[in-house]
Ligand binder design. Sequence first.
Ligand code: WT7
Length: 636
Amino acid sequence: MSNYHIKHLEEYFQVYRKSVRDPEGFWEEIAEEHFVWRKKWDNVLSWDFEKPEVKWFDGAKLNITENCLDRHIPTRGNKTAIIFEPNDPKEETQHITYRELHQQVSRMANVLKEQGVGKGDRVCIYLPMIPELAIALLACARIGAIHSVVFAGFSSNALSTRINDCDCKLVITSDGSYRGGKTLDLKAIVDAAMDDCPGVSKVLVVKRTGGSVNMKEGRDLWLQPLLDNAYADCNAEIMDAEDPLFILYTSGSTGKPKGMVHSCGGYMVYTAYTFKNIFQYRENDVYWCTADIGWITGHSYIVYGPLANGATTVMFEGVPSYPDYSRFWEVVDKHKVNQFYTAPTAIRALAKEGLEHVEKHDLSSLKILGTVGEPINEEAWHWYNNNIGKGKSPIVDTWWQTETGGVMISPIPYVTPTTPTYATLPFIGIQPTLMDEKGEEIKGNQVSGRLCIKFPWPSMARTIWGDHKRYRETYFSAYDNKYFTGDGALRDAVGYYRITGRVDDVIIVSGHNLGTAPIEDAINEHPAVAESAIVGFPHDVKGNALYGFVILKDIGESRDRDNLRKEINQQITEQIGPIAKLDKIQFVSGLPKTRSGKIMRRILRKIAGKDTDNLGDISTLLNPEVVTEIMDNAIP
Ligand code: WT7
């Protein structure tokens, strides 16, 4: 019998050792005993980090939706799979059972087939957090189409870039979306994107807000009538374990987003196994992850991981501040949530609003609290622990990435003793290591370095869509034979890991991974801008906020500075989305550069973070004089 559910620390160490000593044997047992396969694998693992190429369960046949839906019907047909909590608390909650979900997914799968979507085709999903979003993912998976979800807060430009990068032929969207007191015209954003997406032949539209939309003849179709006419039964396409399940874009150090490709078999096994253990999920628990399915957290821990375990997962359409700052706690109370998983930025935002919002609600159902997306600071950790967990619910600080598919470093609650701000120990099967600048592994404890992973794990991304070379360069070329995460970390005296933050040009703002390059590209498109550089600076609520240093062209010199700031942020909103807006914009005459022309972001970071006591050696710069000017005019 495999150790699918780890219950005490000794067992963790024992299973961990087994997973490292004999990874193939270990994962084979987990895969064999806890999932349904149409055919078993020929080979558990083959890998080569030089190429790089990683294959798990190669030769196996499966469909992930049979694991998430069909197999539960006999025992859990009437169990709630998804609790949908709408934006407006006055609107009724929906409880969707496993049987109903199976039917709805089948209907949507049949609609997609009728519209000409087949195995291997890419489908873009641009929807708010409504049940159709989860259903659309599963419907694609049902027929072997590759879904590419784009977060419905991204602009039309960001959307069309992602649609074109992987040649989506169909888009699923809605007329609009609710976000707190606001309504967003999603369809209008899609329409604008479609001007640049000649490859898209069909747009299916969910009615959510009832706002007026423009439906293009021959291209746009309302989804509901199609669903009403579709059969509630659809055979699952039989997939190879290594076939792509989905693409999800993430920001990198260069302008173009990276379409991370995840596989069917390994992704399923790892997300399900981590979900079970990291949330210690028990049969009748109600689990809630507040993330949006537009991010990997939602893919792995709202949809696939929970459903593969037959869990009840909450899908929340709204925002923590609507109708007021007690909404999260109201929802916890209303659905008697047992596991609650959110982001440090949300915790900090709610902590600011005072305890009266928390005290109105009964939070005694909570057993486990989780955080993800960025390092959690000590203060937020204690607030969460004391006021939400009442000191009795362990906090799992889960470190992972879009690329890793599932949680990599995290406590197992009630098993691993927690330490504030530490993600603690590697999960089963994960072999982290710290590297120094010379490329040597740092042994021992109480050390810090760059975080790498030494051995493949089942849910790692297999490539970047259409750019395997970039996949190799980004993750496998910094250190020989290791996956490089882009993060710095320290390992304390007992071997616990604490993630200290990115060591590359990626900035985590409110838990969102933003590359500096695409934002700079957007700013530079403003007609008055000559050049720009973006850095992060510490922010009370967002963790980091963005500080832009902008050089104007001559034509910009006479312009009103505040208007320019607005226009620059408008430009960013259009190109990327409001999440990438700058908090501070300083106009400068030059940017500190090395003699080879590389912007010295290290110096800009220090200025933005008001940490200018030791700027390091600036004498080697091409233009050291500009540093004083920038410091003197820095925005407080
Ligand atoms: C980056 C990945 C994984 C889902 C959400 C983000 C940072 C993530 C933690 C954590 C410290 C964290 C890292 C990582 N990060 N979780 N618990 N502690 N940092 O996914 O957008 O791919 O971003 O988020 O810097 O590399 P993502």
